[in-house]
Design a protein around this ligand. Sequence first.
Ligand code: PXG
Length: 457
Amino acid sequence: MAAIEKRSREDWQELDKDHHLHPFTDHKDLHKKRSRIITRAEGVYIYDADGNKILDGMSGLWCVNAGYGRQELVDAAAEQMQELPYYNNFFQCAHPPSIELAAMLKDLTQPQFNRVFFTGSGSESNDTIVRMVRTYWDLMGQPERHTIISRKNAYHGSTVAAASLGGMKSMHKQSGLPIPGIVHVDQPYWYGSDQSLSPEDFGIAAAQTIEAKIREVGADKVAAFIGEPIQGAGGVIVPPDTYWPEVQRICDEYGILLISDEVITGFGRLGEWFGADYYGTKPDFMPFAKGVTSGYLPLGGVFVSDRVADVLVDKAGEFAHGYTYSGHPASCAVAIANLKILQRENLVERIRDDIGPYLQKGWAELEDHPLVGNTRMVGLMGALELVKSKEPVERFDEKQGVGGIARDLFIENGVCLRASGDAIICAPPFTLSHSEADTIIEVTRKVLDQTLKVVNE
Ligand code: PXG
């Protein structure tokens, strides 16, 4: 018997309204129009309860990288659940899926990474890192090295520590964050600057805000710097090429740990296995989640470099931290099957050499549209910014909600993209075909025309 009752769309919407609190949602606003009920998916398409077919240009929430309908992943979960649906990795136990996955992951990463700590999500991964970073410096005899530097507009998750690492003002405001010992510097957002510097000089200057913060806090008090290789939820902020090498130089010079948050960029989205590989950094930690299972089951984790792991193993005694679902067997089995798909179908190389450049070309051409101030895309991670005027850059009034208007028009036209303010974000599954890429570009052009009409009314 099916576990899920079959009801009409209206019945589901009613139950949803009465009983379900959603993440990142204005419920009063939602209840005026009701939820869009998604019932199934196949390939790069999702289907709603009315049978509408929508091209998912966001891979769910940046995670369904291998696409929907992968029977192999379903089988991996079912087989593992029959064999061992749950057991933990606490108290001197382990199970084959977590062991096999840990060993497999090590082969995909840079040589300093030989060990992984499993969690259930990206937020839990970043909470884990806050504790590991501070424990590491305690064990190194420098307990005053406590402060973690992050960036404005960063997104590192929604738990208390992860939201503190994040630089979203609206999140901080709602619950008295950040927690002590977390400070924020500028993001490397050249298009959002006054553009008085060249992108190259701006990249260096943005990185040097980290150095200024280190001096302000005191070099002996800074523990780590965290950044997403490309900021995702904050609007796909692609840093100038000069940025990450300068960040690496600063971290090296002051001996502070570098955390590359790979929750979105990990497992291929930029056409390299990790964002750190794309930008040539050598991080000490890499939190991951999402794409490791292509979102089929929840799983996260932290790659811990030898520099830190050796100290934790040798000196920490018991590291008193862990989650019931750290390395859940079914999630690990799905991750292994998913990574095998990425390898067998050469999906990461496909992004670098084929579908990435193909979609990037069409996306860049959208810049000729009167509403589009800027386009950017690396691998299959892109954004375009809707502006009132291009030269000089003039933004729409926030209250107009132009990004939201465009997002709703996208859905009406059968493509799901996400709005972050007035930036439209695109991060489709790695399996996107050329004709599906053409559809994204054609629909985007049409939606831009329609949005312009609404704005001019
Ligand atoms: N780090 C980064 C870089 C992320 O993008 C997290 C950590 C937290 O992961 P979990 O698994 O705890 O959600 C994320 C998550 C959006 C959106 O609207 C982005 C995320 C999550 C939900 C929505 O862009 N990123």
